[in-house]
Design a protein around this ligand. Structure first.
Ligand code: FMN
Length: 185
């Protein structure tokens, strides 16, 4: 029995990926942080699912300063930029479930996350969004992911306040476990 459970756990871990973008440095409501809010939420999800983590790291760093980052995000959105990221997921085919994580930037999914989504074939995958924010919740990102990945099966995402993800590990873990339970995972 125990072996069977362990084997089930192993296969979930092998088939599940948590891919996320997160901005460390100065951010709204949390000051200057070494690890971004979405990164902390991503780690909580990976910890509870046994999934692999892939961080979408920009080739050109975003500014550390919050105000400068706002300006870069504005320009990227205006231009429809597709910023490059470092490396890529190995063995993409092995994953049947991909959690995709991001902060809300000006009500939107950051452009670099679109680069990631457009770089991969999500046709036979289950996609589960998650994000952090400081008031916008999911904004319209659930719908945007459905529209960007029309062949994927997109499950209901989770939105967590950035300051909660950054500073309250217990509340974050509970939000994640309640959400995963609701998804039947
Ligand atoms: C460029 C930029 C734009 C933002 N726009 C919004 C917004 O429209 N709505 C919102 O609730 N939070 C907004 N925020 C706050 C972030 O979504 C929030 O701090 C998030 O937790 C940051 O996650 P991270 O540390 O993983 O990057 C913005 C932050 C930045 C840097």
């Amino acid at each position: 029995m125990l072996t069977a459970l362990m084997l089930m756990g192993t296969s979930l871990a092998e088939g599940t990926l948590v891919a996320y973008f997160s901005h460390a440095g100065e951010n709204y409501n949390v000051g200057v942080v070494d690890k971004g809010n979405t990164a902390k939420l991503a780690e909580a999800i990976a910890g509870q699912t046994g999934a692999e983590l892939f961080e979408i790291v920009p080739v050109v760093d975003y500014p550390q300063s919050y105000d400068a980052c706002l300006e870069v995000a504005t320009a990227e959105q205006r231009e429809g930029a597709r910023p490059a990221y470092v490396g890529d997921v190995e063995n993409w085919e092995q994953y049947d479930t991909v959690f995709i994580g991001y902060p809300i930037w000006w009500g939107e999914i950051p452009n670099i996350v679109y680069t990631f989504m457009e770089n991969h074939d999500f046709g036979d995958k289950t996609v589960i969004p998650f994000n952090t924010h400081e008031g916008s919740g999911q904004s319209h990102s659930q719908r945007d992911i459905v529209n960007t990945l029309p062949d994927a099966t997109v499950l209901q995402g989770l939105a967590v306040r950035g300051a909660t993800a950054q500073n309250d590990a217990d509340a974050t873990a509970k939000a994640v476990s309640d959400w995963l339970s609701g998804l039947g995972m």
